[in-house]
Design a protein around this ligand. Structure first.
Ligand SMILES: Nc1ncnc2c1ncn2[C@@H]1O[C@H](COP(=O)(O)OP(=O)(O)OP(=O)(O)O)[C@@H](O)[C@H]1O
Ligand SMILES: [Mg+2]
Length: 336
């Protein structure tokens, strides 16, 4: 079975092929970072228009690279949500058109299931597991007994971890998206000069809160000479990253203990963070749990993870009709 994946939930247009043997055959991403950079964040209307311009040529390029036609496909998987509805609709309409034209089964995928199954692209996931989903819009912990069954154990009460990276990076004058910048600059940082809070650390629930971090960082920056020196930025970046990673790791292993699982996973854009991967790996070894980080290219938005999720749906006999609709938000539901 060969599945075409389409992802247009935010500011990346991506198409991919996932096959029975070999997994990801191709994954193309057309980034819109330069388009939105001047605005300091994603402008939904611009994102939709760029998807409209980029998507069909990207599908053409994908098929040409593999010397395939639509007749060589066995199904189409598309992100139905959550995300920017206008952006999602471009992917959804295109997926329906391809499915109709080539008489292929169509399946809608929840974007967060895609992020979780990005782990499957590295090696078959060891299940049951708990997964820390950390992206631009989500921060939650999911118990996953098998592919298609998801139980949300807890999550953030306010900002997502990716948002916390991006907003604090903005205070430091760094370009969008700020997460990769903080990751890079923190390596040059000296520890101990600043200290940021770990809210709800002693709360027995699986909860996070990141909205207060911005105020603490702003206060720390207020005491520094302007323009900020490179070393000051690096020192703040290091402690911001420590504060975020500390609570993420704490909750992930609290959940693993509660559910008696043998494996933990990271998913979403923040899963690319070097310090989070390093700390999770060390803690997993200490507790005798299985952990393999997802490949960095499959952490941020991509269609390979959507094609892989769609492949699982189709193999289980699930498919959607042409009335499949997009949604701005909805919790990840089990389908098996
Ligand atoms: N190395 C990194 N360290 C920390 N954060 C990172 C790193 N790389 C990417 N990020 C963050 O990941 C986020 C983007 O991830 P992703 O593409 O999964 O989010 P999204 O699709 O916008 O949100 P969602 O998946 O919740 O809809 C951004 O907030 C970005 O700053
Ligand atoms: Mg995403």
């Amino acid at each position: 079975m060969r599945v075409l994946g389409i992802e247009t939930s935010c500011d990346d247009t991506s198409v991919a092929l996932y096959e029975d043997e070999g997994g990801v055959a191709e994954n193309l991403v057309s980034s819109q970072v330069d388009l939105h950079d001047v605005f300091g964040g994603v402008v939904p209307e611009l994102a939709s228009r760029a998807h409209l311009v980029n998507l069909l040529p990207l599908i053409d390029a994908l098929l040409k690279r593999r010397e395939l036609t639509l007749a060589d496909l066995d199904g189409v998987a598309v992100t139905a949500g959550p995300g920017l509805v206008g952006a999602l609709l471009v992917g959804l309409s295109t997926a329906k058109a391809v499915a109709m034209a080539a008489d292929l089964p169509l399946v809608g995928v929840h974007h967060i299931e895609g992020h979780i199954l990005a782990n499957h692209l590295t090696a078959p996931m060891v299940l049951p597991a708990v997964v820390l989903v950390v992206s631009g819009g989500h921060t939650e912990i999911v118990h996953m007994p098998e592919v298609g069954r998801y139980e949300r154990l807890g999550g953030t009460l306010d900002d997502a971890a990716g948002e916390a990276f991006d907003k604090t990076a903005k205070l430091l004058g760094l370009p969008y998206p700020g997460g990769p910048q903080i990751d890079r600059l923190a390596r040059q940082g000296k520890p101990g000069r600043f200290s940021f809070p770990r809210p709800l650390q002693h709360d027995p629930r699986i909860v996070f809160s990141f909205s207060g971090l911005k105020t603490s960082v702003r206060q720390a920056c207020d005491g520094l000479p302007r323009p900020l020196a490179d070393q000051d930025i690096a020192d703040v970046a290091l402690e911001v990253q420590e504060a975020i990673v500390d609570v993420l790791v704490l909750r992930l292993f609290q959940a693993a203990r509660r559910k008696h699982v043998q494996a933990v996973y990271l998913a979403g854009g923040v899963a690319a963070n070097g310090r989070l991967r390093e700390r999770t790996a060390a803690e997993a070894v200490r507790r005798g749990l299985h952990f393999l980080p997802p490949e960095r290219v499959y952490c941020t938005d991509n269609a390979a993870m959507i094609a892989c999720a769609g492949w699982h749906h189709l193999r289980a006999g699930r498919r959607d009709g042409l009335d499949l609709d997009s949604f701005a938000r909805a919790p990840l539901a089990s389908w098996r």
